[in-house]
Design a protein around this ligand. Structure first.
Ligand code: MLT
Length: 329
């Protein structure tokens, strides 16, 4: 990447870490009331599932109830906007994925500054997307699906969770790979989109493995390809999209955020609770069963999250611009 020098990013990283206020005293009493984790998509989707799993574990360490609030809309940016306006006291947090980093390349008027309004607390999980269809689609394997989708694009509907969501970016990448234009149907999250895929109201959905794996195992949808470089242990018969002759590759990740101004000792306390949650066999096993993984322990620091976040903001700015995408209002 040439547009953003390492030094520029280092300065931004230092800025992000310095934006937390001192407030050591606060950390001793924090949290003094239930903590809310905002999820930027509808209930039942992958972000919601991950947030509830973490919230349950983190509440044990924090000694307070952790609530999940779904603030869906505008490809995940409505929830982000809510966090940016929240009191910076650690009682309102946000779990979000790479859409938070991609949004400035897609939306002209977010109502917040992506690089400075959110303080990264820690990375959560990383995993692939799964290209899937309703059972009634005639294709039975990946190569057959990509050929069928290319030939019948004008008759097929692809669901996603709003512009900039993982499912949307995956649909865009798939369209580019196939040179095919599908009719897109936007939902408030892939939870409801997956329900409609199972019900056969829509044809195709590229969703995170977290949501897709249980439906594939229940034989409610048909999976064709995973977007990782390797097959998933949990879906050994499903090829990578690359094996099926495309260059479709996409890895998603979730992280936890607090609003700008949250005291550093509070962030450290939340980071400690997050680390404790990520160590729990119940969480590790659940993630594994969904085909997603916790990050290596060396990357559980606030710094590692900030580094990845800033790098992804820059990466999506470059790649979406190169793809001819301009920010819309
Ligand atoms: C969701 O939880 O609905 C997803 O994370 C949405 C997406 O990004 O596709």
């Amino acid at each position: 990447m040439t547009m953003f020098s390492t030094q520029t990013r280092r300065l931004a990283l230092a800025g992000l870490l310095a934006m937390a206020l001192p407030g050591a005293g606060l950390a001793q009493t924090y949290p003094t009331k239930p903590v809310t984790i905002i999820v930027s998509f509808a209930a039942g989707g992958p972000s919601d599932v991950i947030a509830r799993l973490l919230g349950e574990q983190m509440s044990k360490t924090l000694g307070q109830t952790v609530l999940v609030e779904n603030v869906a809309g505008a490809g995940g940016t409505a929830g982000a906007k809510r966090l940016a306006a929240a009191a910076p006291d650690g009682h309102t947090l946000l779990i979000h994925h790479l859409a938070l980093a991609a949004a400035p390349a897609l939306y002209g008027n977010l109502g917040y500054d992506t690089k400075t309004d959110f303080l990264p607390i820690g990375l959560v999980n990383t995993g692939p997307m799964v290209v899937a269809s309703k059972l009634a689609l005639p294709a039975t394997d990946a190569k057959g699906f990509f050929a069928y989708a290319k030939a019948n694009a004008d008759k097929l509907t692809v669901a996603h969770a709003g512009v900039g969501s993982n499912s949307h970016l995956c649909a865009v990448l798939m369209s580019q790979q196939l040179g095919a234009k599908f009719a897109q149907v936007a939902y408030r999250g892939t939870g409801p989109a997956m329900n409609d895929l199972v019900g056969g109201q829509i044809d195709i959905l590229c969703d995170q493995s977290t949501s897709a794996v249980p439906q594939i195992q229940g034989e409610k949808i048909r999976a064709y390809a995973v977007t990782s470089t390797e097959r998933l242990d949990i879906l050994p018969t499903i090829p990578t999209a690359k094996e099926a002759g495309t260059d479709l590759e996409m890895t998603i990740w979730h992280g936890l955020y607090a609003p700008k101004g949250t005291p550093a000792p509070v962030l450290d306390k939340v980071n400690a609770a997050l680390r404790e949650a990520l160590k729990q066999p119940a969480v590790v096993e659940k993630f594994k069963g969904f085909g997603t993984s916790v990050f290596p322990e060396a990357e559980w620091t606030r710094e590692a999250h900030a580094r990845r976040f800033l790098a992804e903001v820059d990466k999506w700015a470059v790649s979406l611009k190169a793809a001819g995408v301009t920010p819309q209002n």
